[in-house]
Structure formats: structure tokens, C-alpha cells
Write a protein that binds this ligand. Structure first.
Ligand code: NAD
Length: 424
């Protein structure tokens, strides 16, 4: 997508990263040029500008997006983020990664993403509800259980999904639980969805360590950047499995304790004070310092563009497991590969969220609900299958895990396009 690449010359731009990764991976595939080009383009890009009434009575304008990257394998699936950093460039990249992620773990979905430029913490509950509902109603032409199914991402949560589900249901006149995933359980959400992404990250981490003979968890020090949905559950599952979590952070900064943090206590500190920074008895570090702390495993679980050519050579971890989407730039990938750092890429490592979202959608469509054991058993099966699939490609071509994951998923989508043919 030549035009878009010229527009986005920022080397940490998420879309630059997504296209650079794609270009690297397609070299290992025999895909015609026109099909490659087709796969670089998002299918639809939707921008909405809409008013939300603030509590002071004034209406304020907000901008939101929804992008469908590719829908060849099924309805598009992807989260909605509410952050000030949302741009169309970022949403495009995230939609493209969703296409590859769903294909990699063999879900019958295409890729989408959405977002609104807003700091949800600056809104009252009432304002957040009005913003969520108005954005959902603006998306009505695009979303349905059979065309595009949103889910939570940064800055959104099960309550926001409940408002979107209610808005859609009131519009069509009957209840449609399958319109979103990541809903509260009492309105059709799935057991295990809240922790699924973090648990999937730890399943991937343990697969990587096991295959490298690192089987003594207490000796393995883990650092997690971001302590939201993904980071806090990854840290909790790491600790539950006997690993020593020595550092965590949030937007305000990080904390480090060489002999290990108590993750339950970090969670209660966040619940009481709003930040990990008030945890007693730990050293305070900046987010930049956190990434280069002495540790064995680094889990970036906050946002894109964190590991770059500026810090990749200082990272001490020998294993990086990407909880966030797009945390590593292509330039940093090269440095890490040269240094022999093993990286388990986002589209594999954080696929647990969309896998359990898929389970939720299936349960809603069938109105038949599973217990948590069944959800986790199936999640583990799919995560390990995705890991094996990626590793096989990496070994076959002698390439890194990110490129292998992209090769495997791009091939699945390209094969499906060739089977279906270009319309008309
Ligand atoms: P969240 O909003 O629940 O948490 C985000 C965390 O990152 C918070 O702790 C926040 O304080 C922190 N943060 C924000 N800006 C930061 C900064 N500049 N430096 C350090 N920390 C910062 O979001 P989430 O749902 O946990 O998503 C985190 C990442 O995981 C995103 O990249 C998202 O796309 C990805 N992801 C999420 C899911 C999911 O199921 N929620 C699934 C797959 C991937």
C-alpha cells in the first residue's frame, strides 16, 4: 500500500510496523503480486464524528473509527479501544493484525478494530455510557453477529460491551447477545473471558520455556509492562504457576522488587489508589527503565511501539512474550533476532482473548453455555496448537517466530482468497 506508507513515515507507527512485517513474511510465500497488494489494504474504513452530552449540559464532539481489514474467512472480529492515542493509522494496523491472529489460530473470522479518541477516565459513568451507546449506534451499519463482532480492548471493559449489546438490541428490537464478546456473564458472556488473554500469554510463555528446558519457574524472573486486563492477569497466572514477578507498571510508571512482588497485593493497591506505584516496599522505576530491568521474561502488555531500536539492545530478558499488540518495531525485531532473544509474537501470544471471544460467540449463537474448565481446556488446546504450527514453520524456513506466525496466517488467508476467487 504505497500511498499509505508514504503518509506514515513515523518508524514507530503501528501501520508502518504491520506493513513491514507483512512485506517480510510474504517473501517466504509464493503469492501473486496482485493478491499481496489486496492483502495489504483494509477492506473498509469507517470514521464517525458524533456528539456526547457532558454532565454540564454541553454537547462535545468525539471521533471514532471502525476498520475491517479482511473478511474472507468469516465475519470480522476485533476490539474497541477508548484512548487519546487512537488514530486511523493505529486502528488499520490493529485490524490487519486481527486478520492474521484469527487465521493463525484457525478461527472462522476476519480482522477488525475500532476506537474512539477519548480518555475514558476523564468521563463520568453517565458520560461514558452515552459515549459508548452513541458510538455503538454509529456503527450499526457495520456490525452484526454475522458481519462484525466487537470486543473489549484498551480503555473498554465488560460494562462498555453491555451498553453496546443493549444499544444494538434496542435498535433491532430483540436481544442479541452475540453482537459483542467480553460481556458480563449474566447477559451471555463466557466464563474465563476476562482472564483469557493473560492466561494465553502465560500458556505461550510456558510452552517457550519448556521447549528450551527452562522447567524451574521460581528461578525465572518476569517483568510485565501494563497492569490492565492483559498485564494483571498475565502477572497473576505467572505467579500462580510459580514464576517470580519482579516488575510491573502502568501508565504512571513501574515498580521493581528483586525477590518478587505479591500480585494480589499489587491488585489491591491498584484498586485502592489507582496505580501500582503506591505498592509498599518496592523500587519505583520509569516505564523506560522497566523494559530493561534484569529479568528472564519480558511481557509488554500495554501499547504499541515500546521496544524500538533505542532500547532493544539494552533489554536483558532472553524471552519476550507480546501481550500487547505491536509493542515491537521491525527495527527492534532485527536487533533482538541478532542478539538471540526469543520473541513470541502478539498474534500468537495474545490470541487467547479472541479464542475465548470465539467461544463466547459460539455459546451465544447456540444458547448453550460451557463451564470454566471446558473454556480453559479448549483455550489451552488451541494455544498449544497455534504454537506448534508457528514453530513448525519457523523450523522449516529457519526464520524467527514472528515471521513464521505471519507466514502461516497470511498463507491461510491467501489460500482462502484463491479458493473463493476475486468477486465478480
Ligand atoms: P487496559 O486498558 O485494560 O490496560 C492497559 C494498561 O496499560 C493499563 O495498566 C495502563 O495504565 C497501561 N498503560 C497505558 N499507557 C501506558 C504507557 N504509556 N506506558 C505503560 N503503561 C501504559 O488494556 P488491555 O485490554 O489490557 O490491553 C493491553 C494491550 O493488550 C493492548 O495492546 C491491547 O490491544 C492488547 N490486547 C488486549 C486484549 C484483551 O482481551 N483485552 C486481547 C489481545 C490484545
Amino acid at each position: 500500500m504505497v500511498v499509505a506508507l508514504k503518509e506514515h513515515e513515523d518508524r514507530t507507527s503501528a501501520y508502518h510496523t504491520a506493513i513491514a512485517q507483512f512485506n517480510r513474511a510474504v517473501q517466504y510465500l509464493d503469492i501473486p503480486d496482485d493478491l499481496q497488494d489486496y492483502l495489504r489494504y483494509p477492506r473498509r474504513e469507517f470514521t464517525v464524528n458524533f456528539p456526547v452530552r457532558r454532565d454540564n449540559g454541553r454537547a462535545e464532539m468525539f471521533t471514532g473509527y471502525r476498520v475491517h481489514h479482511n473478511t474472507v474467512l468469516g465475519p470480522s472480529k476485533g476490539g474497541i479501544r477508548f484512548t487519546l492515542g487512537v488514530t486511523l493509522d493505529e486502528i488499520r494496523a490493529l485490524a490487519m493484525w486481527m486478520t492474521w491472529k484469527c487465521a493463525l489460530v484457525n478461527l472462522p473470522y476476519g480482522g477488525a478494530k475500532g476506537g474512539v479518541v477519548v480518555d475514558p477516565k476523564s468521563l463520568s459513568m453517565g458520560e461514558l455510557e452515552r459515549l459508548s451507546r452513541r458510538y455503538a449506534s454509529e456503527l450499526i451499519p457495520l456490525i452484526s453477529p454475522h458481519s462484525d463482532i466487537p470486543a473489549p480492548d484498551m480503555g473498554t471493559n465488560p460494562q462498555v460491551m453491555a451498553w453496546i449489546m443493549d444499544t444494538y438490541s434496542m435498535t433491532v428490537g430483540y436481544s442479541v447477545p452475540a453482537i459483542v464478546t467480553g460481556k458480563p456473564i449474566n447477559i451471555g458472556g463466557s466464563e474465563g473471558r476476562i482472564v483469557a488473554t493473560g492466561l494465553g500469554v502465560i500458556i505461550s510463555m510456558m510452552e517457550a520455556l519448556r521447549r528450551h528446558g527452562r522447567t524451574s519457574p521460581a528461578d525465572i524472573r518476569v517483568v510485565v509492562q501494563g497492569f490492565g486486563n492483559v498485564g494483571s492477569s498475565a502477572a497473576a497466572y505467572a505467579q500462580e504457576n510459580g514464576f517470580t514477578v519482579v516488575g510491573v507498571s502502568d501508565v504512571g510508571g513501574g515498580i521493581y522488587k528483586a525477590d518478587g512482588l505479591d500480585i494480589d497485593m499489587v491488585k489491591s493497591t491498584v484498586a485502592e489508589t489507582g496505580s501500582v506505584m503506591h505498592y509498599p516496599g518496592a523500587d519505583q522505576v520509569t516505564n523506560e527503565e522497566l523494559l530493561v530491568l534484569p529479568c528472564d521474561v519480558l511481557i509488554p502488555a500495554a501499547l504499541e511501539g515500546q521496544i524500538t531500536q533505542k532500547n532493544a539492545d539494552q533489554i536483558q530478558a532472553t524471552l519476550i512474550v507480546e501481550g500487547a499488540n505491536g509493542p515491537t518495531t521491525p527495527e527492534a525485531d532485527d536487533i533482538l533476532n541478532d542478539r538471540g532473544v526469543l520473541l513470541i509474537p502478539d498474534i500468537l501470544a495474545n490470541a487467547g482473548g479472541v479464542v475465548v471471544s470465539y467461544f463466547e460467540w459460539v455459546q451465544d449463537l447456540q444458547s448453550f453455555f460451557w463451564d470454566e474448565d471446558e473454556v480453559f481446556r479448549q483455550l489451552r488446546r488451541i494455544m498449544v496448537r497455534g504454537y506448534d504450527f508457528t514453530l513448525r514453520i519457523a523450523e522449516e524456513h529457519d526464520i524467527d517466530m514472528r515471521t513464521a506466525a505471519q507466514v502461516g496466517s497470511i498463507k491461510r488467508v491467501a489460500d482462502a482468497v484463491q479458493t473463493r476467487g476475486f468477486y465478480p
